[in-house]
Each structure stands twice: as structure tokens, then as C-alpha cells.
Design a protein around this ligand. Structure first.
Ligand SMILES: [Mg+2]
Length: 407
């Protein structure tokens, strides 16, 4: 029986919302409820609407609890609801693993591979900067790297690290604590002209072996996306991500008609219903959803199983706003499913590691969730008390004439 359900908000370098469920027998389960830039909405949903429902129910009934929270709310899907349900689901898997004395991946059917290939981010203000960033990732052992670079004449672009703001040349944290929403510039024409030059440089400098990825971050129309995919075909990308806003999944039909560059999308989607057209029509190659935002281990596994029927693979979202609890949950699922593709990995700040003690490991460009019972993550309340919540917003993008654009 569940005795308590506590919502823990801390900000060790960035904001995290964590759900801690404790049973009558004192078994503790953790779930990640972090919705970047809108954290307190999920905290309130959990604290005010879900936690009272959990007290006294059987912590072993994961599927039933998922269905109860999904169906009894009446209001379906959406990031706040699905992130809250995910936190409960992941915490219950953690508890079940501890009760069984097994890591969660064993409960999911056991390992389908030795470890999960991960990709890192590299970015730069120019190609020289980006080259340094790539070399540092290679030295760390990564074999797959997402490249983003500032477009000349545009004064920036998506995913570019800033030494001044992050304190580290190769660290990119989009959520800004300073004031309200920061606005960045965007110029699609310049971007489309520069992207092939970036990858031509990358292949000629770093060779054919390195696995390369790129994120267009929802900024293109379907036709522009098709042009970009076609222009990048000679450079053998592992995937091209978020080429167009995913509000309209059918838009990918046009992109697909014109390019064989593999497509990945879906980090803002939260449900198997959101993915149905994309998967069943084979409009994408990789599902970018996360355990944290797509209903937890129970529901993301369902999405991956639908994907497996159509030869679509996983590519779970894993930036720093996925907490170490969410990252651990992702790695357990990565290890267990058959149609694993790749896992995104942005190493967390050292302050984050003071609050979340993890069991997962990185070796030669791949990660393993570890063999501790449950998820293998512990939450340090004393350390968390040193990092209170700080408001932070994601940026917005505007075109050169001032029109607001997709960020
Ligand atoms: Mg993305």
C-alpha cells in the first residue's frame, strides 16, 4: 500500500520535479516529473490532484494505476497530464524492482543488448569552435554526435553553446534563469544554404565513421524540410530531427516523398495516439518521445511496440531537463526493447549529481543502467535543500522582420 506521495522541487543547476512514493513497508520509488519551463504546473497537478488518490492503493498495480489516472481524469493526454502520470508510473516500476530485488530492465524482459548507444551534442559559434567541441566529445568516448553551429550572418541558431551563459564552452542549456523569455533570431534561407556546408566540412574533417545527427528544431515548412533532407543525403546522417512542427503529422508525407535522409521526431508528443500516423505510415525512422513526458515506462513501451511492427526504432529524448531519474528509466527501457535505435545523452551538471545519486555508467560511447534493484537512483534531500526552485524559461525565436517563429 502507498503511504505517501511527495512532490520534490529542486534546482541543482536547473529545475527538476521529482515524485517520491513510499509504501507502508518503507519501500521508496522515484519518478521524474520535469516539464522544462513549465515545471510548477506538473508539480501542482501531482500535489493537488494525483497524490491524494494514491494513498492507500496497491503499489504493485502499475498497469491498473496508469489506466485509472489516465481514464478517471476524463481530460486526455497533453504534456502536463502525461508527465504527471509518467512520474507515478516510473516510481511504481522503481518500487516493483526493489521488491523483486531486480533492476527494472529485468522486469521488462531482460537485456536485449550489452549497452545502449548514446549520442552527445557538439556546437560552436563557428566551424573552428565546433571542431574543438567535436574533438572533446571524441576524447570522452562518444561515437555519435549531434552537430549544431551558428549560421553566418544570423548571429546564432538553435542549440549553440554560450561560454558566457553556461560557464562551459560545450555546454548548452536552453532554459534561461535570467528574467523572462529570451528572444533569438532566425533566417531559414541562410540556414538552408549553410547546413550542407556544415556537414561537408564535418565529413571531410572527421571522416565517414563518425555517426552524425542534426536537429532543425521545428523551424521549417514541409517543403523546406524536404529540401534540407535532400541536400544532406551525401553526408549520411544517422537522423535529421524535428524538421517541421509535429502538430500536423501528415506534413511528414511530403518530406518523405523527397528525401531518404532518416527522420526523427516526437519529443513534444506524449501519447501513442500522437504517434499512430507517423508510425503506421512509416513517415519517421525514429521515435523521439521520452519516458518522462510520454506516460512513463508503461506507455513509452507501448509506443515502441507499435513502432516495432513498422520497422521504426527508438531514439529517446535525453537532454539535461530529463532528470537522472528519467535518464535511468530511459536506459532500462533502451536495454530491454528489441527495436532500440539510439539514446540522447547530455551529461548533467555536477550540482545535479549532488542531489541525484545514480547507478548508470558510460563506456566507449554507450550506457548501461546498472544492476541495482529498481531504477538505481537515490534522492538526497539535504543536498536538494541547497538548490531551491528558480524560474527559468525556454527561448523564443523571431524572424528578421520581428515575426514570432517556432523555437
Ligand atoms: Mg529535438
Amino acid at each position: 500500500m502507498i503511504r505517501t506521495a511527495e512532490v520534490l522541487v529542486s534546482s541543482p543547476s536547473r529545475n527538476f520535479v521529482t515524485l517520491r512514493i513510499t509504501t507502508e513497508d518503507g519501500v521508496v520509488g522515484l519518478g521524474d516529473a520535469t516539464l522544462n519551463g513549465r515545471e510548477l504546473a506538473v508539480a501542482a497537478y501531482l500535489r493537488d490532484h494525483i497524490a491524494p488518490l494514491l494513498i492507500g492503493i496497491d503499489a504493485q498495480r502499475i498497469e491498473d494505476t496508469w489506466q485509472f489516472l489516465y481514464r478517471s481524469a476524463y481530460w486526455r493526454r497533453g504534456p502536463v497530464t502525461m508527465t504527471a502520470i509518467a512520474a507515478v508510473d516510473v516510481a511504481l516500476w522503481d518500487i516493483k524492482g526493489k521488491l523483486a530485488g531486480m533492476p527494472v530492465y529485468q522486469l521488462l524482459g531482460g537485456a536485449s543488448r550489452d549497452s545502449a548507444l548514446v549520442y552527445a551534442h557538439a556546437s560552436g559559434a563557428d566551424l573552428e569552435d565546433l571542431g574543438d567541441s567535436i574533438r572533446s566529445r571524441l576524447e570522452e568516448g562518444y561515437r555519435a554526435i549531434r552537430l549544431q553551429v551558428a549560421v553566418p550572418g544570423m548571429g546564432g541558431g538553435y542549440g549553440i553553446s554560450s561560454a558566457r551563459e553556461s560557464g562551459g564552452r560545450y555546454t548548452y542549456e536552453p532554459a534561461k534563469r535570467a528574467g523572462l523569455t529570451i528572444e533569438e533570431g532566425w533566417d531559414t534561407r541562410r540556414y538552408l544554404a549553410y547546413a550542407p556546408k556544415l556537414f561537408e566540412w564535418a565529413r571531410s574533417t572527421f571522416g565517414d565513421e563518425l555517426i552524425l545527427l542534426h536537429d532543425a528544431h521545428h523551424r521549417l515548412t514541409p517543403n523546406e524540410a524536404a529540401r534540407l533532407g535532400r541536400s544532406l543525403e551525401p553526408y549520411d546522417l544517422f537522423w535529421l530531427e524535428d524538421v517541421t512542427p509535429v502538430d500536423d503529422p501528415e506534413a511528414l508525407r511530403l518530406v518523405r516523398k523527397h528525401t531518404t535522409t532518416p527522420l526523427a521526431i516526437g519529443e513534444v508528443l506524449t501519447s501513442v495516439w500522437d504517434f499512430r500516423t507517423l508510425i503506421q505510415e512509416q513517415l519517421i525512422d525514429y521515435v523521439r518521445a521520452s519516458v518522462t513526458h510520454a506516460g512513463g515506462i508503461t506507455h513509452l513501451k507501448r509506443i515502441f511496440e507499435l513502432a516495432a511492427l513498422h520497422q521504426v526504432r527508438s531514439g529517446s529524448h535525453g537532454p539535461t531537463d530529463i532528470s537522472p531519474v528519467g535518464m535511468a528509466a530511459a536506459l532500462h527501457l533502451d536495454l530491454a526493447i528489441h527495436n532500440f535505435g539510439i539514446q540522447e545523452h547530455m551529461a548533467h551538471h555536477t550540482a545535479t549529481a549532488e542531489v541525484f545519486h545514480t547507478s548508470y555508467s558510460f563506456d566507449a560511447g554507450a550506457m548501461h543502467p546498472g544492476d541495482a534493484p529498481g531504477l538505481g537512483v537515490e534522492y538526497d534531500d539535504l543536498a536538494a535543500a541547497r538548490f531551491p526552485y528558480e524560474p527559468a524559461y525556454l527561448p523564443a525565436a523571431r524572424l528578421r522582420d520581428g515575426t514570432i517563429h517556432d523555437w
